[in-house]
Design a protein around this ligand. Sequence first.
Ligand code: TXA
Ligand code: MG
Length: 320
Amino acid sequence: MTIVVPDADGLRRAVELLQGDSVVAFPTETVYGLGAHAFSPAAIAEVYRLKNRPSWNPLIVHVPHVAAARALAEDWPDAANELAAQFWPGPLTLVVRRARHLSAVGPPIETIAVRVPAHEVALSLLEAAGLPLAAPSANRSEGISPTTAEHVRRSLPEVPLILDGGPASWGIESTVVDLTGQTPRLLRPGALGLRALREVTGAIALPEEVADGAQRSSPGMNARHYAPRARVILAEDVSKVEHGDLAGPVAVLSYESVEDFSDDLVAEVLSVDPREYAADLYAALHRLDDAGVGTIIVQAPPETEEWLAVRDRLRRAAAS
Ligand code: TXA
Ligand code: MG
């Protein structure tokens, strides 16, 4: 395993691996991805093996521009056109019907998830490789998504090459929207907020499990996901949680403006702004894991729509 600078030589090595049906981790604006030629069965099998990812969970295919995305789709609805024009390159994944001549990327389903990432290194890699790249987050299944090259190295030491593009700017995964039905449907809340989406598409259907935190139904949205090794407890009021019976050391993850609780605890205090909070969340969870804490008590963020993606990830991290 090597972490390399994404200069001409680094990209050349990455392309060589990808064209040889191997895998490469690369930066995107959301989180680091584990890239593989989307239509190479050997490369895709390697992604599932390295991540220990359940075979029913499909992968997002990354492409360098809208035309390349359309080429993978059986049809390209108006909403896809409008959303792509507005938000690509960017942290939005569209699920459309897969072009019939292409094989499924993972489980045998008739849809395909596509996105154009807004990251110079990712785009250069896609152009240079000349391949659509399937790329799940570059972490072991159910673990915390990586926002740095070092996170990838520790989670997936077997990956042959990691392109280091510095810390991911959004720090949380893309928003996934299903466009195969009458109304666009949110499958995974993410970096791109609902308000921005609605301005383009009008109404968006929210699956119950996203709206009120019930159990999973869409693929990849199983309850325990994005979880650190430490036990995570979500609390409406961190200062009221009894520590006596919790596995120690006990840490607290809160955000600015929440009152100070105790001095003898390890604490991570994130921003009160949901976008900044999201950008730092996974790195904070990685740090707390590295510090060897046994329990993380997380101050539950406000129940507003702008906190939807963060609350979704925290709820999954806390699911036992
Ligand atoms: O920000 C991101 O989306 C990152 C970066 C690397 O692009 N990737 C990522 O991939 O988060 P992953 O595999 O960790 O999550 C992909 C999500 C899963 O919830 C999966 O079930 C869903 O997208 N998905 C993929 N293909 C789908 C499809 N055809 N239909 C419905 N959901 C799909
Ligand atoms: Mg993931």
